[in-house]
Write a protein that binds this ligand. Sequence first.
Ligand SMILES: [Zn+2]
Length: 105
Amino acid sequence: MTMIYCRECGARHSDKAKACPKCGYRTFDASKSIVVYLILAWFLGIFGIHKFYVGKTNQGIVMAIMGTIGWLLIIPGIAVCVWALVDFIVGICNINTPEKILNKK
Ligand SMILES: [Zn+2]
């Protein structure tokens, strides 16, 4: 366990806490890892697996549809490749602030 500073109020709390005990600011789910997210986005991104991983089920379903039957129309298949790549790059850029990616919002 490590102590981290709340990004909202600056109070120290455990990195295992789901939310800041002082102000209630929601931290990310500590059971999830940005590294796993990046691996999923890279290898299985066109099926939206990384979206399911962070709880963005709706986006995951859209990506899964685009990444499978979307290929019949070619364009959605290509679009979902770009989408997954963008998610991967955004994930890399936020590797030090994983709560931006791992928050469900
Ligand atoms: Zn706080």
